[in-house]
Design a protein around this ligand. Sequence first.
Ligand code: SF4
Ligand code: SF4
Length: 345
Amino acid sequence: MRKGDRLKEKIIKKEQIGKWLEKLGKDYEIWAPVKKNGLVSFYPIQSAKEIYFDFLNSKKTPKDLFFPQSEVLLSFPKEEVGKEVKTILQKPRIIFAIRPCDAKSLALLDQVFDSEDYQDPYYVERREGILLVGLACTHPQQSCFCTSVGGGPFEKAHLDLVMADLGDGKYFVEALTQLGEGLMQRDDSLQDVQEKDREKLAKTKEEAEEKVKSKLVTKGLEKKLDKIFDSPLWDRVHQRCLGCGICTYLCSTCHCFALLDEKDKARVKRIRNWDSCMFPEFTVEASGHNPRISNRERMRQRVMHKFNYFVERYGETACVGCGRCIQSCPVNIDIREIIEEIRNE
Ligand code: SF4
Ligand code: SF4
């Protein structure tokens, strides 16, 4: 054991989590997976009893905590049009039990909304000071393919602290940043790790990785895509698509939006709404011309953006293999099959 590990790694019993969160709740707003009407999503919680620990992954991604589906960017009396309007201030927040793939997707969104060239003040303000407490995936789903896009069910990158269910009423907790260490030290009843806990952790991790059955080769895909822009492949892969946009709305990395100005008698509002490249209106120009005239061009754009344009710009694939698009597409379009087709083209 390395020096200092004793402080950074602890064991917490399931029944202790409530007390720990109670202590953290004094300084932080805690958001965690909660099951409502049969669907699991992230909500603010007051007590650990509200958390649904047995989730595979949330239906909606946690991205909307930083980049909401619809938000008013500016609102002011008509006579104040043109004056500076202050953005929203947030309390410090913990996102508890976030999955490793979703933590990675936030790091990808950071590159878009918080880069050296451009900072989106609304996103940045929500994102600053957020602590991510991860929950490793012990039961990856059939639709998961995180290991094919640089992730893994026990991946620790981008987290402050990670927890793993050892299956015997205990969680292995590891602090990955100083802030994460601070969260762990709030509760001195956390126990020291024993050698058998470490062995259990290694076994659980190995078993989880084995459960990710989809193994795709995504390395070099961007180069292949460069060569097949006009391929007949695009005539095939879009055919069942209904253009509903679910795959993009539930995607943890999709981030396109549209701005809309609204006014009533007293106020003017600028609203930002999520948009989708799978919608026909997405690229309609003022003249009425639409360069992406059918689902063929839209599907190609979705794939190109994730596996070519984003890689070219940021050096990473804009897909974390969460599988949400696969699970929720009403006509069973599977992005893994599209990747395979591209490989074989
Ligand atoms: S969810 Fe399926 S049907 Fe809907 S836009 Fe995406 S690929 Fe097309
Ligand atoms: S494209 Fe599909 S699998 Fe990839 S991050 Fe988006 S929803 Fe998840």
